[in-house]
Structure formats: C-alpha cells, structure tokens
Design a protein around this ligand. Structure first.
Ligand code: ADP
Length: 360
C-alpha cells in the first residue's frame, strides 16, 4: 500500500512539474492572455483527471479484485495436507476466476492476466489431483505388499512351529514340513524380486538398449523354461517364420523378462499335456512376438484388469502356482519403456494369446 501511494504521489508530482514548466514555457514563447492560460490549465487538469480515473477503474481496480481472489492461492492454506479440501479450495478459486473473466474483464490486458491466473489455478488443481491419486495408489500398494508378504511368512512360521511341536521326530513328516517351508521361501524370494523390478520400473529405470537377435533370446528363454513345462508335460513350440536372424532394438535383459513372464504364465495356466506356441513375425518396421496357449483362458470381464498390479483372476489358483500377481504389470511397464504395448485375447477353457511389437 505504502509503495502504491509513493508511486501515485511520484506520478502526480512529476505531472505537476511538467504541467508548470509547460505553462511557464508557453507564456514565455507566446503572448497569451490570462484567460487562455487559465482555460488551457483547466483542460490539462481535466485530462489528468480522466487519465487517472481510467487507470484506476480500468486497470487498478480489476487488478486489485483479481489479486483478492488469487491471494487465497498463495496464502498459507488452512487445509494444507488435506488434499481433498485443498482441491475443493483451488476449484472454488478457479470458478471465481472464470466468472470474473466472463463477467468483468473488459480490458484485453486484464482479460489476458485473468487467463494466465486461470491456467495457474488449473495446473495446481491437476497437480493436487495427481498427488491424491498417487497417495491412494501408494496406500493400496502398501496394503497389497503387506498382505502378499504375510501369507508366505505365516506359512513358514506354521511349518516351523509344527516341526518344533514334535513333527521333527518323524522323518517323513518333518521332510514334508521342511519342503513346505522351503517352497514358501522361494515364493517370498520371487515376490521380493518382482517388487524390486516393479519399483525400479516405476521409478523410471534406465533401459540399456541396443540391437540384438530376438529369436536367439527367445530360444534361450524357452530352453530355460523347458524344465517347468516338462513337469506338466507341456510342449513349447517356437516358430520364427521368416524372421530368423532379425535384430530388434531394445533392452535384451528386460525383454527376456517379458518372455519369461509370458511363457511362465502360459505354463502355469495351462493344464497338463497342453501346447504353448511362441511366434515371431516380420513386419515392415517391426517384429510381432506372440505367446499363445491352449490353457484355462481368462474371463472377458477380467481381461482389461490383468495388467494391474496384484490383479489375479483366480486368487487361490494363482497363489498355488506361485504367482505374485505382478508378472503382467512388469511386462506392461517394460514394453511401455520400449514405446510398445501388449494385447491380449482369450477365451475361457480355450486359451490365451499375448502379442506385442518391437522396433527392428
Ligand atoms: P500371477 O503372478 O498371478 O500369474 P500375473 O500378473 O502374471 O500374475 O497375471 C495376472 C493374472 O492374469 C493371473 O493371476 C491369471 O489369473 C491371469 N493370467 C495371466 N496369464 C494367463 C494365461 N496365459 N492364461 C490364463 N490366465 C492368465
């Protein structure tokens, strides 16, 4: 306020000096009567008054009103920390700014400033909304992790307690409980590995991309998983079509992770004696890779959700076969980092097909 007064008094003082100088100069140069001098002074004073009124009502007042609305944006918010109420506050300010712009912003200059403030408020509202979504997701994620960790830990605890309660005196019973405990520790390890992968991917882990022979990588992956397929007498067929020897651009290790997760799922969710077909197909700029099984399939309603973290169609079955519920969401993340996406088609009791493209 003090500064504003200073500005106005400086402005008026300067104006009076200039005005006085002009009058003196005029009376020296030309011979004018006192009436003319008085009349021209009155005209100049009226001009000053009009200019002053224009500045006050067209610029100063609207700016004052806009600053009154927006001080709430910068003022220490009584709702700080409570995202829901903060969003409501910002949205109210936004609505006020829009109403003001549409009803009262007559000058273009004020209209533009008003629009800039609306942009700032909109961005703040969006950022708060994103922060709220993150907070909800984080809480949900933590809840899921705790639940997933608790299950195997509890099973291990139970096996060890049973052993201590006397089961260890019987060799075959103790072996059974030890096997149950060790199975759960593998499950824990897989879960922790998946959690590390997903947190690195979500933190924007850097991919180390280069050209590599995609079919060689797929063959190696199938060899690595042959053991678990054999246990269920499942055949894994690989058909590289005309794409043999083709190179794709990407992070080989991460893309191998994609293939492991897809083929491992195909084995897990296919009954004994099933067949898994892995194919690669050349396209003008890409290679299409598909993993298809003739397993239990995924119900239509669940299809859009299978890539969500911890989402499982059949919770008990997935846990029994050792699934963490993170496999497909890791696949989705890795492919997004390669500017690709995954498609899924499935029919219950017929089978499932996952497909994605890689740049070549
Ligand atoms: P999980 O570790 O439980 O396998 P994923 O994220 O890999 O978790 O998969 C999510 C869910 O999608 C699985 O629980 C399963 O219900 C379903 N699913 C994934 N792949 C297949 C498949 N090939 N056939 C049938 N269902 C599948």
């Amino acid at each position: 306020m003090k500064n504003r007064l200073k500005l106005f008094s400086k402005f008026t003082l300067l104006y009076s000096f200039l005005f006085l100088a002009a009058i003196i100069l005029l009376s020296k140069i030309i011979d004018v009567s006192n009436e003319t001098l008085f009349f021209s002074s009155a005209v100049i004073l009226i001009c000053y008054g009009v200019t002053f009124a224009f500045i006050k009502f067209e610029l100063f007042k609207p700016l004052q009103e806009l600053s009154k609305i927006t001080t709430k944006l910068s003022a220490k918010n009584k709702n700080a920390g409570d995202l829901e109420n903060e969003i409501t506050d910002v949205n109210e300010i936004l609505a006020e700014l829009i109403t003001y712009r549409d009803a009262k912003s007559k000058s273009l200059y004020i209209y533009n400033i008003n629009n800039l403030l609306i942009n700032v408020a909109e961005r703040l509202s969006n950022d708060l909304q994103t922060a709220k979504t993150f907070k909800v997701n984080r809480n949900e994620f933590l809840g899921n992790v705790t639940h997933e960790l608790r299950t195997p830990i509890f099973a291990i605890q139970l096996s060890l307690e049973t052993l201590l309660d006397g089961a260890m005196n019987d060799k075959s019973v103790s072996e059974d409980f030890l096997n149950r405990a060790i199975k759960q520790t593998y499950r824990l390890k897989d879960l922790v590995d998946d959690l590390i992968s997903i947190s690195k991917l979500e933190a924007g882990m850097k991919m180390s991309k280069r050209y590599f022979r995609v079919n060689d990588m797929i063959k190696r992956t199938i060899d690595d998983l042959q053991g678990i397929a054999n246990k269920k007498n499942i055949t894994i067929e690989f058909n590289p079509g005309s794409s043999n020897g083709v190179s794709v651009f990407g992070d080989e290790e991460r893309l191998k992770q994609v293939m492991i997760n897809l083929i491992d799922n195909a084995v897990k969710y296919t009954n004994s004696d099933g067949v898994i077909k892995v194919t690669t197909e050349m396209k003008p700029k890409e290679v299409t890779i598909a993993v298809e099984d003739n397993g239990i399939g995924i119900p239509k309603v669940d299809l859009p959700r299978v890539f969500e973290r911890f989402y499982r169609v059949d919770k008990t079955r997935s846990r029994d076969v050792g699934g963490s519920g993170l496999g497909l969401s890791i696949v989705k993340h890795i492919l997004e980092s390669h500017k690709s996406s995954i498609k899924v088609e499935s029919e219950e009791n017929k089978g499932t097909r996952f497909e994605f493209n890689l740049m070549r």
